[in-house]
Design a protein. Structure first.
Length: 317
């Protein structure tokens, strides 16, 4: 698939979430080891860029473009709103969307991004793709609110599309039917406004992993969100796929829990023939890292899970 700026990505691909322009605790040399730049996209957030927009513009004027600024040079990059911007209870719904702005949360607190802000961010960052915001503020869910939500979503989509970045269409990840703010039939169709030359994706750590894998196998999803496998890593769960050749159409996905005391004296490596940092260590050592809450533990499993998922996607090409 060809993204904006002529960048070509092999699909199915994986998009990798960031935090303040870094992939969790991974250094550049580590994610270069576990990620294939031809089969992944780095996800950066509008609200993070907005918070530092003046500095990013100054760097750009000095000849340091955003990919150099963020240390992601050589990787495709797209912009999105962080999934947790969708507030979880009615009391917080005072921070609502409007026809001309989108509510979001960054390290400075709750803020509103106008359509002009979103366009300015895209023009500054020059991403290879951008995800248009979806209006989720529809509680209580009545017909009038749902109609307004769809109209706003279409307005955001058309406004950002006019900037020139590729805007992917959505699948049931960004608008999750189980989400307390989006338990509405048909809302996900809002962003399926123009599916020509756009990618189909599942986004969010709350997506059903088995459903996502099934869609990937059927060729019905172009981009897979790594949020789920990274959240598993945070809780000590390592994705294990066969070390030898396997058929991606029927391989079983297994997560082992390295918090489990049974690994206390396990001297075997996490997985043979895996180049990630975690697989250089014994399971007992990784277990120890999690027990003492050492950041190296999840960092190792971030790298491991990304590499394993990347290998699976490559076999599906």
């Amino acid at each position: 698939m060809t993204l904006a700026n002529g960048v070509v990505v092999s699909t199915p691909a994986m998009f990798v979430p960031t935090s303040l322009y870094s992939i969790k605790h991974l250094t550049r040399d580590i994610f270069d080891t576990v990620l294939d730049p031809n089969q992944c996209i780095i996800e950066v957030y509008y609200e993070d860029v907005f918070e530092n927009l003046d500095a990013i513009k100054a760097a750009s004027e000095a000849g340091l473009d955003f990919k150099k600024f963020s240390n992601f040079k050589g990787y495709p990059l797209w912009l999105a709103l962080r999934e947790d911007r969708y507030f979880q209870n009615k009391e917080e719904l005072t921070h609502n969307n409007s026809d001309d702005s989108v509510s979001c949360v960054n390290h400075s607190g709750v803020c509103k991004l106008t359509i002009a802000n979103l366009k300015d961010i895209i023009n500054t960052v020059k991403p290879d793709a951008a995800i248009s915001p979806v209006d989720h503020f529809v509680l209580p869910g009545n017909e009038k609110r749902i109609k307004r939500s769809r109209e706003r979503t279409k307005k955001y989509f058309e406004a950002l599309k006019s900037v020139g970045s590729l805007i992917p269409s959505t699948m049931d990840g960004t608008v999750n039917s189980d989400h307390p703010l989006t338990a509405l039939s048909g809302v996900s169709e809002c962003a399926k406004i123009d599916t020509v030359n756009t990618g189909r994706y599942m986004r969010g750590s709350s997506i059903n992993f088995e459903d996502a894998i099934e869609l990937l196998r059927k060729g019905q999803c172009d981009f897979f969100d790594a949020s789920f496998i990274l959240s598993q890593a945070e809780h000590g769960k390592a994705l294990i796929l066969p070390s030898e050749e396997y058929d991606p159409m029927d391989v079983q996905f297994t997560f082992i829990d390295l918090f489990d005391p049974k690994y206390l004296e396990d001297t075997s490596k996490l997985q043979e023939k895996c180049p990630c940092p975690a697989c250089q260590f014994m399971k007992s050592y990784i277990h120890h890292l999690f027990v003492v809450h050492e950041l190296l533990g999840p960092a190792c499993l971030y790298a491991h899970n990304l590499y394993q998922m990347g290998q699976f996607l490559r076999k599906l090409e």
